[in-house]
Design a protein around this ligand. Sequence first.
Ligand code: SF4
Length: 214
Amino acid sequence: MQVSEIFSSIQGEGQYVGYRQIFLRLAGCNLSCDYCDEQSEGRMMSGAEVLAQINALSTHYHHSLSITGGEPLLQVNELLTLVPELSLPIYLETNATLPAHLREIMDKIDIFSLDYKSGYEAEFQACLELVRDQDTQVKFILMQNQPLTVIKQAAETVRLVNKDIPFIIQPVTPYRTVKHMPNTDEILAAYTVVKNKLNDVRVIPQTHKMMHIK
Ligand code: SF4
């Protein structure tokens, strides 16, 4: 499989923020977001090599193993072989644009983190319907000067599926062409729009960036 890196660190995003995890970061993505900080081409590793590196890190306590990217579901066939060999609970981060692949592997995943990507509403909704009754969160990256209609659409889609799914508003971390975070008024306006539709709404920035850890 095409791997960017395997490491132990602290989860910096979403509702599991603060837990120690092993991260399996896979290379490659089907999207190209302006704020993306993961563009590595990675290197080819066998399943046995990946497993050996994960096992070497497992001497310390970890809450779970985060499979992230890139877009991990692009390598669903390799994951279908690897995941049954892993002993930790599996946390999957996906951009929620590949519902057919999610369906293939969802039975082997314990925690789902779905990003909302504008322009992929149908795929997002299809993914969310698959995992609506699982341990699932939605993450929405809030940009400066982003029209409220975008987050309103995201919240409306979640409401149609299950209004109790936690919805995490993540103010963007400036990177590359993205120079500024949204301001207080923008964050609070976004919160209000989502809270009018959903029960569990939180604002959580990328805390690992604040700590200068991976
Ligand atoms: S979906 Fe995620 S990994 Fe892919 S380009 Fe966007 S931010 Fe980067």
